[in-house]
Design a protein around this ligand. Sequence first.
Ligand code: NAP
Length: 341
Amino acid sequence: MSYKVAVVGATGNVGREMLGVLAERQFPISEVVALASTRSIGTDVSFGDAILKVKALDYFDFSGLDICLMSAGAAVSKEWSPKIAAAGAIVIDNSSQWRMDREVPLVVPEVNADVLSSGIKKGIIANPNCSTVQLVVALKPLHDAATIKRVVVSTYQSVSGAGKAGMDELFRQTRAVFVADPIEKEKFTKQIAFNVIPHCDVFLDSGYTKEEWKLLVETQKILAPDIQVVATCGRVPVFIGHSEAVNVEFERPLTAERARAILRAAPGVLVIDKREDGGYITPLEAAGEDATYVSRIRKDPTVENGLSLWIVSDNLRKGAALNAVQIAESLINRKLLTSMR
Ligand SMILES: NC(=O)c1ccc[n+]([C@@H]2O[C@H](COP(=O)([O-])OP(=O)(O)OC[C@H]3O[C@@H](n4cnc5c(N)ncnc54)[C@H](OP(=O)(O)O)[C@@H]3O)[C@@H](O)[C@H]2O)c1
C-alpha cells in the first residue's frame, strides 16, 4: 500500500529535510505534494532525484490526502491542521500548537509509540520540540532502569532551530565580522556570530523562557508526569545540531558503566564515550545523522544517585523531520492510518 503525502512548510529548514527523509527511507508514497505560503508558489524543492514545484497551502484541496507533515509554525498549524484532519488526513505537526493538548498524542517513536494506539481523536499527532526529542530518547532507557526523579539540562542549540532565517543571520554576521561590515540583528536579540545567547523562544512570567518550559512539560507528558526538569536554553553559533549537558538524579543506583551498556542497546542511541581527547561527539559530527549521540557518561557525585551526560543530535532530523516520518511509519506498522479515524 502507498500513501498520498503533503509536506506543509516545504521551503523551510524542516520541510526540506522532511522531503529528504521521506525519499531516503523510501516511504511508501503514491504522490507527494510540497506546500508553503503564496510567496513560494512555483519554487523548486528536491524530493530524492525529483524536483517538485511548490504549491500554496491556501489554495490546496486536501481531499484524498492520507498524511500531512506540517512544519509551518504554530499559527499556520492552528488554522490549518483541524481543516486538513477534517478532510481525512492524519496531520503530524512540528509546531508547538498541539503538543500539550490532552487529545493530541505527543510522540517519539522509540519512547512512546504505544500512545498512538490509544486514539488520535483530533486526527493530529504532535512532534515534540527538537531539544525534548533528543533528551527523551536518551533518558527513556535510563528511566526504565532506575526511575528518574530530576533532570537539570543546559542546551547549546544551533541556529537552524530558529528556522532558515536563523541560519542566514549567522552566515551574514560571520561574514560581516571578517569584512568589517556593520552587524545587523533581526532574528536574534544579540549578535550570534562568535557569541552565545542565553535565550531561546519568548520569556514567561516565571523568568524561564518558553523553550525551557517546553523541556519540562513535554518530558513529563512523554516520559512520566512526576519527573522534575529544570532547563537553561542557549543559542550558539553552530548551524546544525543541538547539544545538551544533562545531570540526572535517579531513585535507584545506576552506575556509569551500566548506563553506558543500557544506552548502547537503546533504540535510536549511539554511545561515543572514550574518556580521551576527542572521544566524544560534537554537533558538527552529528549533523546529517539519524542517531541521538551520548558521550561523557559519568557519575554525578553531588547527589545520591546521579549521572552526568552529553547528548547531541541533528535538530532538523531526529529533532523534527526524521521523528515526524518515523511517526508516520509507526502508524503504518500499527495499521492505524485509516482504522483509528
Ligand atoms: N528547526 C528546528 O530545529 C525545528 C525543530 C522542531 C520543530 N520545529 C518547528 O517546525 C516549524 C518550521 O520550522 P523551520 O525551522 O522549518 O522554519 P523555516 O525554515 O522558517 O520555514 C518555515 C516554513 O513555513 C512556511 N510558511 C510560513 N508561513 C506560511 C503560511 N502562511 N502558509 C504556508 N506556509 C507557511 C514557509 O514557507 P515560505 O518559504 O513560503 O515562507 C516555510 O516553508 C516551526 O513550527 C518550528 O518551531 C523546528
